[in-house]
Every structure is written in C-alpha cells, then in structure tokens.
Design a protein around this ligand. Structure first.
Ligand SMILES: C[S@@+](CC[C@H](N)C(=O)[O-])C[C@H]1O[C@@H](n2cnc3c(N)ncnc32)[C@H](O)[C@@H]1O
Length: 231
C-alpha cells in the first residue's frame, strides 16, 4: 500500500518541534503513521536514540500514543526533559555496558526502536545488533537519516562495504534463510536433513527478521511474530 500523507503525526511534529519535518525527512511522519496508527491506543513501549535540543520527537510520541511509554538516551545531559511517560538517560548508543544498564533499568521489551542518534555507520550496526533481541515480536526497528551512509565523514560512501546501508541490504538474505540449501525445498523428495549452505548455524537473529524496507533516508526492519519464527 502506498504511503499517504500523515494526518496526525505531521501536526504533532510541528507542534513539538520534532526534527522530522525538514526537507530531507519531511516524509518520515508519513512512514511512521502508516505503520504505527493501528496500535495508537495500545500500551506501546517506544525507544528513540537521540533526544535532540528539546525532546521534540519524544513529546510527539508521548502525545501520539496516549497510553505509551517513551524511552531515550543521549550523549548530552537531557535527563531533565524526562516526564512521567518519557524516560531519558545520558550515555552513548556505542557503549554496550551503558546499553545493558539501560536495558536492565527499563525492562526493555520495546515495540518500536528508532535510531536517530550519531548516524555513524558503526553505531547503526552495533546498536541494531545489541538491541534487536530486546524488540518485541511483531516490533519494528527503524534507522533514520541514512543519507549519511553515502558520506565518508560518517564512515559511509557510495558502494562502500562498511556503509550500514550495505549491512542492512544484506539482511535481505537473512529474510530468506529457510532456502539456504542446495536443493529446491519445493520438491516432493526434498531431504529435510540437508545442511544449510552457510557454515555456521542459523541463529535466533536470522529466524526473527521478517522483512527489511527502505525509504529515502530510512530503513525499517520488521520482527516476526512468535508463530512465524520457525520458518
Ligand atoms: C538529530 S538529533 C535527535 C533529534 C530527535 N530525535 C528529533 O527527532 O527531534 C540527534 C541526537 O543524538 C545525540 N547523539 C549523538 N551521538 C550519540 C550517541 N553516540 N549516542 C546517543 N545519542 C547521540 C545528539 O546529542 C543529538 O541530541
């Protein structure tokens, strides 16, 4: 289904001065509303990396999800911007010990995780690998501002293997892990015991990625619901 212009989030982004309406990202609220609107009234748990100047996007999420709980981290001291439904802690997305403490303190189990932090390649990847298991089944992991993937200043570059857009594009193979065999699994005489072509075992990580979608400057990784995680 094509993405439509968001009716509510656009207004809330404007109201709270969220950094999601400039010329590079004016479609972000449309993409978010497309996937988030069905769960608007749920007790969702949303974690956004990167608070920004005045926590604009966190206030936007707080209002968009009236029963939701919003979590965030930032390298700058923004803890004073916390509210009864917004929890902010100071630390870096690249610091795995800090992330573990944050996970323990908050209980994790996030329905949505948004990476709007440093926008550096290595941080996109390390945060995703650290946080993916803490995303709920059926949840969505979103990386914003992936235009930096083309900029050497942030560790990117067009076609550069270290660019995180290459990493996330490669996840399209992971979506198809079930077929990593030498033989067509649709044949009646298919041998279920034949090994997978990749040497290491299929991991929990491989099994839980349902799909990977790109929009301009954005990547969305969808986590499977529990019942589809076996195949
Ligand atoms: C683009 S702003 C976030 C804007 C906000 N999410 C919004 O949409 O209104 C990026 C924020 O990420 C923070 N940041 C930069 N490097 C970070 C890191 N390594 N870990 C966590 N936050 C970081 C910056 O201090 C800044 O506040």
């Amino acid at each position: 289904m094509a993405i439509k212009r968001s009716e509510i989030l656009r207004g809330l982004a404007d109201k709270h001065d969220a950094n999601k309406l400039n010329h590079m990202c004016s479609h972000y609220t449309d993409v978010y509303e497309h996937w988030f609107k069905e769960r608007r009234e749920d007790n969702i748990r949303l974690f956004e990396i990167g608070v920004g100047t005045s926590a604009g996007s966190l206030k936007m999420w707080q209002e968009y999800f009236p029963k939701g709980q919003v979590f965030s981290i930032d390298t700058q001291d923004k803890e004073h911007l916390s509210t009864d439904r917004i929890i902010i802690r100071r630390g870096s997305q690249a610091d795995s010990e800090f992330l573990d403490k944050f996970i323990e303190e908050t209980g994790a189990k996030w329905d949505y995780i948004i990476d709007d932090g440093s926008h550096k390649m290595s941080h996109h990847i390390s945060s995703f690998e650290h946080l993916w298991t803490h995303l709920q089944p059926g949840g969505i992991y979103i990386i914003e501002d992936m235009h930096t993937c083309y900029w050497p200043h942030d560790g990117g570059g067009y076609g550069t293997p270290a660019s995180s857009i290459t990493y996330f594009r490669n996840l399209s193979d992971t979506v198809n892990w079930f077929y990593w065999k030498k033989q067509n699994p649709c044949h009646e005489d298919w041998d279920w015991s034949q090994p997978f072509v990749r040497d290491d075992n299929i991991t929990e990580f491989d099994r839980t990625i349902e799909s990977v979608t790109f929009f301009k400057g954005m990547c969305l990784i969808f986590k499977k619901e529990k019942w589809t995680q076996l195949f």
